[in-house]
Design a protein. Sequence first.
Length: 367
Amino acid sequence: MREPDFAWFTMGISTSTSYPHAPYARAMNRLRQYALPRQHGRSRRDLHTRDRRPATKYLIAAATVALTVLPLSACSDGGGKIIRSWLLKQDGVEKVKTSCQTYAETGCHAIATTTLSDDTEPNQACTFLNRVATELPRHDKLKESMAYIQLTWKHHGTVLVFEKLLINLSEEKESSSSDDQEQALEKACTFMETAAEHSGGTAEKITQEYDSLTIDRGTQTSIPSDISTRPIPAKDGQYLSAEDNFTIDNWSIRTSTSREKTTERLPTSLISDIVNLPIPEVKEPRIVITANTLISDEKEGFRALVGGLGPYNPDGPSQDTTDSLLSTIKKYPNVSHVSLCTELPKNEAKNCTDYSLKNGEFVEASS
Protein backbone atom coordinates (compact mmCIF):
# COMPACT_ATOMS: atom_id res chain seq x y z
CA MET A 1 0.00 0.00 0.00
CA ARG A 2 1.10 3.57 -0.63
CA GLU A 3 2.17 5.54 2.43
CA PRO A 4 -0.65 7.71 3.80
CA ASP A 5 -0.94 11.33 2.76
CA PHE A 6 -0.41 13.42 5.90
CA ALA A 7 -1.26 16.79 4.35
CA TRP A 8 -4.85 16.95 5.54
CA PHE A 9 -3.85 15.16 8.74
CA THR A 10 -1.62 18.06 9.76
CA MET A 11 -4.43 20.51 9.07
CA GLY A 12 -6.65 18.62 11.49
CA ILE A 13 -4.34 19.27 14.42
CA SER A 14 -5.34 22.88 14.86
CA THR A 15 -9.06 22.54 14.11
CA SER A 16 -11.91 22.07 16.53
CA THR A 17 -13.67 18.78 17.07
CA SER A 18 -16.29 19.84 14.53
CA TYR A 19 -13.73 19.08 11.80
CA PRO A 20 -14.66 15.80 10.02
CA HIS A 21 -11.38 14.22 11.09
CA ALA A 22 -11.64 15.15 14.77
CA PRO A 23 -10.42 11.71 16.00
CA TYR A 24 -7.13 12.31 14.23
CA ALA A 25 -6.86 15.82 15.67
CA ARG A 26 -7.44 14.53 19.20
CA ALA A 27 -4.83 11.83 18.63
CA MET A 28 -2.24 14.30 17.47
CA ASN A 29 -3.07 16.76 20.24
CA ARG A 30 -2.39 13.95 22.64
CA LEU A 31 0.95 13.41 20.91
CA ARG A 32 1.78 17.03 21.54
CA GLN A 33 0.66 16.78 25.15
CA TYR A 34 3.23 14.11 25.91
CA ALA A 35 6.05 15.38 23.69
CA LEU A 36 9.10 16.36 25.73
CA PRO A 37 9.42 20.13 26.06
CA ARG A 38 12.62 21.89 25.00
CA GLN A 39 14.60 24.33 27.09
CA HIS A 40 17.12 26.75 25.62
CA GLY A 41 17.09 24.87 22.28
CA ARG A 42 17.70 21.39 23.73
CA SER A 43 15.65 18.50 25.06
CA ARG A 44 15.20 18.11 28.81
CA ARG A 45 17.72 15.34 29.11
CA ASP A 46 17.93 15.92 32.87
CA LEU A 47 14.51 14.38 33.41
CA HIS A 48 14.61 11.13 35.28
CA THR A 49 13.94 7.96 33.32
CA ARG A 50 10.80 7.26 35.36
CA ASP A 51 9.45 10.67 34.28
CA ARG A 52 9.95 9.88 30.61
CA ARG A 53 8.42 6.41 30.53
CA PRO A 54 4.76 7.49 30.81
CA ALA A 55 5.29 10.04 28.05
CA THR A 56 6.88 7.43 25.81
CA LYS A 57 4.08 4.96 26.50
CA TYR A 58 1.32 7.43 25.65
CA LEU A 59 3.27 8.71 22.65
CA ILE A 60 3.44 5.25 21.11
CA ALA A 61 -0.18 4.48 21.98
CA ALA A 62 -1.49 7.71 20.48
CA ALA A 63 0.58 7.30 17.33
CA THR A 64 -0.69 3.75 16.90
CA VAL A 65 -4.31 4.91 17.17
CA ALA A 66 -3.71 7.77 14.75
CA LEU A 67 -2.07 5.61 12.08
CA THR A 68 -4.62 2.82 12.51
CA VAL A 69 -7.58 5.02 11.70
CA LEU A 70 -5.80 6.95 8.95
CA PRO A 71 -7.34 6.02 5.57
CA LEU A 72 -4.75 4.67 3.13
CA SER A 73 -4.66 5.03 -0.65
CA ALA A 74 -6.15 2.18 -2.65
CA CYS A 75 -3.03 1.86 -4.79
CA SER A 76 -0.63 -1.06 -4.20
CA ASP A 77 2.83 -1.91 -5.47
CA GLY A 78 1.44 -4.57 -7.80
CA GLY A 79 3.07 -7.32 -5.75
CA GLY A 80 6.48 -5.74 -6.24
CA LYS A 81 7.79 -6.51 -2.75
CA ILE A 82 6.76 -10.15 -2.97
CA ILE A 83 8.21 -10.53 -6.48
CA ARG A 84 11.47 -8.84 -5.49
CA SER A 85 11.86 -11.08 -2.44
CA TRP A 86 11.25 -14.21 -4.54
CA LEU A 87 13.64 -13.15 -7.31
CA LEU A 88 16.48 -12.39 -4.89
CA LYS A 89 16.34 -16.00 -3.68
CA GLN A 90 17.00 -17.36 -7.18
CA ASP A 91 20.46 -18.49 -8.30
CA GLY A 92 22.35 -16.02 -10.46
CA VAL A 93 20.37 -12.94 -9.38
CA GLU A 94 22.54 -10.08 -8.15
CA LYS A 95 20.07 -7.23 -7.74
CA VAL A 96 16.36 -6.48 -8.21
CA LYS A 97 14.81 -3.04 -8.48
CA THR A 98 11.03 -2.76 -8.60
CA SER A 99 8.87 0.02 -9.96
CA CYS A 100 5.21 0.36 -10.84
CA GLN A 101 3.40 0.83 -14.15
CA THR A 102 0.06 2.36 -13.33
CA TYR A 103 -3.19 1.70 -15.11
CA ALA A 104 -6.70 3.08 -14.65
CA GLU A 105 -6.64 5.28 -11.51
CA THR A 106 -5.38 3.01 -8.77
CA GLY A 107 -4.05 -0.08 -10.55
CA CYS A 108 -0.41 -1.03 -10.75
CA HIS A 109 1.63 -3.66 -12.56
CA ALA A 110 5.01 -4.31 -10.94
CA ILE A 111 8.16 -4.04 -13.06
CA ALA A 112 11.09 -6.02 -11.67
CA THR A 113 14.37 -4.94 -13.24
CA THR A 114 16.62 -7.90 -12.48
CA THR A 115 20.40 -7.84 -12.74
CA LEU A 116 21.99 -11.23 -13.34
CA SER A 117 25.57 -12.24 -12.59
CA ASP A 118 28.27 -11.08 -14.98
CA ASP A 119 28.82 -13.29 -18.03
CA THR A 120 25.58 -15.19 -17.58
CA GLU A 121 25.13 -17.13 -20.82
CA PRO A 122 21.96 -16.51 -22.85
CA ASN A 123 20.72 -20.08 -22.40
CA GLN A 124 21.03 -19.66 -18.62
CA ALA A 125 19.07 -16.40 -18.75
CA CYS A 126 16.45 -18.13 -20.91
CA THR A 127 16.10 -20.96 -18.37
CA PHE A 128 15.73 -18.36 -15.61
CA LEU A 129 12.97 -16.52 -17.50
CA ASN A 130 11.03 -19.73 -18.06
CA ARG A 131 11.36 -20.59 -14.37
CA VAL A 132 9.97 -17.17 -13.44
CA ALA A 133 7.00 -17.64 -15.76
CA THR A 134 6.32 -21.13 -14.35
CA GLU A 135 6.99 -20.78 -10.62
CA LEU A 136 6.12 -17.20 -9.75
CA PRO A 137 2.37 -17.62 -10.45
CA ARG A 138 2.32 -20.39 -7.81
CA HIS A 139 3.30 -17.97 -5.03
CA ASP A 140 0.45 -18.20 -2.54
CA LYS A 141 0.72 -14.56 -1.42
CA LEU A 142 0.78 -13.11 -4.91
CA LYS A 143 -2.73 -12.03 -5.95
CA GLU A 144 -1.92 -9.88 -8.98
CA SER A 145 -2.78 -11.05 -12.50
CA MET A 146 0.37 -9.87 -14.25
CA ALA A 147 3.77 -8.27 -13.82
CA TYR A 148 6.79 -7.35 -15.92
CA ILE A 149 10.35 -8.56 -15.66
CA GLN A 150 13.30 -6.86 -17.31
CA LEU A 151 16.67 -8.56 -17.46
CA THR A 152 20.06 -6.89 -17.56
CA TRP A 153 23.61 -8.09 -17.01
CA LYS A 154 27.16 -7.58 -18.23
CA HIS A 155 28.38 -9.99 -20.91
CA HIS A 156 31.99 -9.88 -22.13
CA GLY A 157 32.27 -6.35 -20.73
CA THR A 158 29.10 -5.11 -22.46
CA VAL A 159 26.00 -4.17 -20.49
CA LEU A 160 22.95 -5.94 -21.96
CA VAL A 161 19.49 -4.48 -21.33
CA PHE A 162 16.34 -6.18 -22.61
CA GLU A 163 12.80 -4.99 -23.08
CA LYS A 164 10.49 -5.78 -20.18
CA LEU A 165 8.56 -9.02 -20.60
CA LEU A 166 4.95 -9.46 -19.48
CA ILE A 167 4.51 -12.41 -17.13
CA ASN A 168 1.01 -13.86 -16.71
CA LEU A 169 0.63 -14.57 -12.99
CA SER A 170 -2.66 -16.43 -13.25
CA GLU A 171 -2.25 -20.09 -12.37
CA GLU A 172 -5.17 -21.10 -14.55
CA LYS A 173 -4.48 -19.70 -18.01
CA GLU A 174 -6.56 -19.97 -21.13
CA SER A 175 -4.87 -21.87 -23.94
CA SER A 176 -4.48 -18.71 -26.04
CA SER A 177 -2.89 -16.91 -23.08
CA SER A 178 -0.47 -19.80 -22.51
CA ASP A 179 0.47 -19.80 -26.19
CA ASP A 180 1.12 -16.05 -26.12
CA GLN A 181 3.31 -16.42 -23.04
CA GLU A 182 5.30 -19.25 -24.62
CA GLN A 183 5.85 -17.28 -27.84
CA ALA A 184 6.93 -14.20 -25.90
CA LEU A 185 9.45 -16.27 -23.92
CA GLU A 186 10.84 -17.85 -27.08
CA LYS A 187 11.26 -14.46 -28.71
CA ALA A 188 12.93 -13.04 -25.59
CA CYS A 189 15.39 -15.95 -25.58
CA THR A 190 16.19 -15.28 -29.25
CA PHE A 191 16.85 -11.61 -28.52
CA MET A 192 19.18 -12.47 -25.64
CA GLU A 193 21.18 -14.92 -27.72
CA THR A 194 21.49 -12.46 -30.61
CA ALA A 195 22.51 -9.54 -28.40
CA ALA A 196 25.12 -11.62 -26.58
CA GLU A 197 26.73 -12.51 -29.92
CA HIS A 198 27.36 -8.78 -30.51
CA SER A 199 28.76 -8.06 -27.04
CA GLY A 200 32.42 -7.34 -26.47
CA GLY A 201 34.61 -5.33 -28.82
CA THR A 202 33.78 -1.62 -28.79
CA ALA A 203 30.20 -2.20 -27.59
CA GLU A 204 29.72 -0.61 -24.17
CA LYS A 205 25.98 -1.19 -23.94
CA ILE A 206 23.37 -3.04 -26.02
CA THR A 207 19.70 -2.26 -25.48
CA GLN A 208 17.00 -4.41 -27.08
CA GLU A 209 13.70 -2.75 -27.85
CA TYR A 210 11.04 -4.12 -30.17
CA ASP A 211 12.87 -5.57 -33.23
CA SER A 212 16.09 -3.59 -32.86
CA LEU A 213 19.37 -3.52 -30.98
CA THR A 214 20.79 -0.15 -29.96
CA ILE A 215 24.56 -0.40 -29.53
CA ASP A 216 26.38 2.37 -27.68
CA ARG A 217 30.10 2.45 -28.45
CA GLY A 218 31.19 5.57 -26.59
CA THR A 219 34.02 7.75 -27.84
CA GLN A 220 36.10 6.38 -30.70
CA THR A 221 39.15 7.66 -32.59
CA SER A 222 37.92 6.15 -35.87
CA ILE A 223 34.96 4.20 -37.21
CA PRO A 224 34.62 1.03 -35.10
CA SER A 225 35.53 -2.09 -37.06
CA ASP A 226 32.59 -3.97 -35.51
CA ILE A 227 29.91 -1.44 -36.47
CA SER A 228 26.80 -3.05 -37.97
CA THR A 229 26.50 -2.45 -41.71
CA ARG A 230 23.60 -4.86 -42.35
CA PRO A 231 20.50 -6.02 -40.48
CA ILE A 232 21.30 -8.47 -37.70
CA PRO A 233 20.04 -12.01 -38.38
CA ALA A 234 18.31 -13.67 -35.43
CA LYS A 235 18.08 -17.40 -34.72
CA ASP A 236 14.37 -17.50 -35.59
CA GLY A 237 15.01 -16.35 -39.16
CA GLN A 238 13.96 -12.75 -38.59
CA TYR A 239 16.20 -9.70 -38.87
CA LEU A 240 16.81 -6.97 -36.32
CA SER A 241 17.62 -3.36 -37.05
CA ALA A 242 21.00 -2.34 -35.65
CA GLU A 243 21.44 1.20 -34.35
CA ASP A 244 25.02 2.18 -33.55
CA ASN A 245 25.87 5.30 -31.54
CA PHE A 246 29.36 6.73 -31.01
CA THR A 247 31.39 9.92 -31.22
CA ILE A 248 34.49 10.79 -33.24
CA ASP A 249 36.23 14.03 -32.31
CA ASN A 250 33.23 16.25 -31.50
CA TRP A 251 30.89 14.56 -33.96
CA SER A 252 27.90 12.61 -32.63
CA ILE A 253 27.13 9.74 -34.99
CA ARG A 254 24.15 7.39 -35.29
CA THR A 255 23.62 4.73 -37.94
CA SER A 256 20.58 2.49 -38.39
CA THR A 257 20.23 -0.52 -40.67
CA SER A 258 17.07 -2.00 -42.10
CA ARG A 259 15.27 -4.85 -40.30
CA GLU A 260 14.74 -6.69 -43.58
CA LYS A 261 17.11 -9.01 -45.39
CA THR A 262 19.21 -7.05 -47.87
CA THR A 263 22.53 -7.18 -49.68
CA GLU A 264 23.09 -3.45 -49.19
CA ARG A 265 25.75 -2.31 -46.79
CA LEU A 266 25.57 0.87 -44.76
CA PRO A 267 28.18 3.29 -46.19
CA THR A 268 30.35 3.70 -43.10
CA SER A 269 33.28 5.30 -44.95
CA LEU A 270 30.97 8.24 -45.69
CA ILE A 271 31.27 9.11 -42.01
CA SER A 272 35.03 9.55 -42.25
CA ASP A 273 34.71 11.57 -45.44
CA ILE A 274 32.32 14.02 -43.77
CA VAL A 275 34.24 14.30 -40.50
CA ASN A 276 37.45 15.10 -42.40
CA LEU A 277 35.89 17.95 -44.41
CA PRO A 278 37.07 21.46 -43.40
CA ILE A 279 33.64 22.70 -42.29
CA PRO A 280 33.85 26.06 -40.43
CA GLU A 281 31.97 26.93 -37.25
CA VAL A 282 30.36 23.57 -36.54
CA LYS A 283 27.97 23.65 -33.58
CA GLU A 284 27.45 20.28 -31.89
CA PRO A 285 27.89 18.49 -35.23
CA ARG A 286 26.11 15.21 -35.88
CA ILE A 287 25.71 12.60 -38.60
CA VAL A 288 22.68 10.32 -38.89
CA ILE A 289 22.56 7.61 -41.55
CA THR A 290 19.32 5.64 -41.68
CA ALA A 291 17.97 2.86 -43.91
CA ASN A 292 15.08 4.19 -46.01
CA THR A 293 12.90 1.20 -45.12
CA LEU A 294 12.72 2.34 -41.49
CA ILE A 295 11.01 5.63 -42.27
CA SER A 296 9.51 5.35 -45.76
CA ASP A 297 8.05 2.94 -48.30
CA GLU A 298 11.33 2.73 -50.17
CA LYS A 299 12.76 -0.77 -50.15
CA GLU A 300 16.42 0.15 -50.48
CA GLY A 301 18.91 2.92 -50.02
CA PHE A 302 19.84 5.23 -47.17
CA ARG A 303 19.32 8.81 -46.15
CA ALA A 304 21.88 10.99 -44.43
CA LEU A 305 21.44 13.95 -42.12
CA VAL A 306 24.39 16.20 -41.33
CA GLY A 307 23.67 18.73 -38.60
CA GLY A 308 25.38 21.48 -36.64
CA LEU A 309 26.73 23.07 -39.83
CA GLY A 310 27.31 26.56 -38.49
CA PRO A 311 25.08 28.94 -36.50
CA TYR A 312 21.32 28.65 -36.82
CA ASN A 313 19.97 29.66 -40.21
CA PRO A 314 16.43 28.89 -41.43
CA ASP A 315 17.82 28.52 -44.96
CA GLY A 316 20.33 25.85 -43.95
CA PRO A 317 24.14 25.99 -44.11
CA SER A 318 26.23 28.21 -46.36
CA GLN A 319 26.48 27.48 -50.08
CA ASP A 320 30.15 26.49 -49.82
CA THR A 321 29.41 23.97 -47.06
CA THR A 322 26.41 22.64 -48.99
CA ASP A 323 28.38 22.17 -52.22
CA SER A 324 31.26 20.46 -50.40
CA LEU A 325 28.96 18.00 -48.60
CA LEU A 326 26.74 17.15 -51.57
CA SER A 327 29.73 16.46 -53.82
CA THR A 328 31.16 14.16 -51.11
CA ILE A 329 27.89 12.29 -50.47
CA LYS A 330 27.24 11.91 -54.22
CA LYS A 331 30.11 9.39 -54.31
CA TYR A 332 27.81 6.98 -52.45
CA PRO A 333 24.96 6.17 -54.87
CA ASN A 334 22.95 4.20 -52.28
CA VAL A 335 22.37 7.46 -50.35
CA SER A 336 19.23 8.83 -51.98
CA HIS A 337 18.16 11.57 -49.58
CA VAL A 338 20.18 14.19 -47.71
CA SER A 339 19.30 16.78 -45.06
CA LEU A 340 21.82 19.51 -44.30
CA CYS A 341 21.12 21.40 -41.09
CA THR A 342 22.59 24.25 -39.10
CA GLU A 343 22.70 24.54 -35.32
CA LEU A 344 19.51 23.34 -33.62
CA PRO A 345 17.18 26.27 -32.90
CA LYS A 346 15.71 26.80 -29.44
CA ASN A 347 12.24 26.28 -30.87
CA GLU A 348 11.09 23.97 -33.65
CA ALA A 349 11.92 26.44 -36.40
CA LYS A 350 13.22 25.15 -39.72
CA ASN A 351 17.01 24.80 -39.87
CA CYS A 352 17.52 22.18 -42.58
CA THR A 353 17.52 21.97 -46.35
CA ASP A 354 16.50 18.63 -47.91
CA TYR A 355 17.81 17.10 -51.13
CA SER A 356 16.89 14.04 -53.21
CA LEU A 357 19.02 12.20 -55.73
CA LYS A 358 17.72 12.48 -59.31
CA ASN A 359 19.67 11.36 -62.36
CA GLY A 360 22.89 11.25 -60.36
CA GLU A 361 22.54 14.75 -58.92
CA PHE A 362 21.13 16.07 -55.66
CA VAL A 363 18.31 18.55 -56.15
CA GLU A 364 16.58 20.51 -53.44
CA ALA A 365 13.35 18.82 -52.42
CA SER A 366 10.15 20.83 -52.69
CA SER A 367 8.75 21.89 -49.34
